[in-house]
Design a protein around this ligand. Sequence first.
Ligand code: SF4
Length: 179
Amino acid sequence: MKIRISSSTTFDSIVDGPGLRMVIWTQGCIHNCKDCHNPQTHDICGGHEVEIDNIISNIKKLKLQRGITLSGGEPFLQPEALEVIAKEAKINNLDVWSYTGFTFEQLLDSRNPNRFKNLNLLKHIDVLVDGKFELDKKDFNLKFRGSSNQRVIDVVKSLKYKKVMLVEEYMQDNLFEAR
Ligand code: SF4
């Protein structure tokens, strides 16, 4: 199985979730957020394809990293390949974060033809940062998210209780908003 990625995997990110992380930059995005920082990732035919076995082999070699992060681009345009990758990360005791321009509710909406594929991927994700980047809500004080509409979601709890449950420690770090 192959996955389309935009650039080389990053192995030492400290801004895409807590701790040292490996980041997989998926290629292809349909959200067109104004002032997106990664416009080169939008073309669904851009980037290049790699065998997911190559990515899994890199995951197995990780030693210092706390987890992996699925970013892009829109990861949920390729849920099946990422499900295999995320599952392998969990087997290797890594936590899994993912970004998405969709909301959690949109991913699992009963009218969404991809909802079961999305659910299968979500089952292997610990934390989801959801929602489009909204320029008028951009805030440099936010941790791990670009605009205040985005949510840092505890996926395990949210699936268990069937409602969005936030990771409060990462939602309360906006000092200016809290005052
Ligand atoms: S979802 Fe992310 S990659 Fe896609 S347009 Fe928005 S900010 Fe850019």
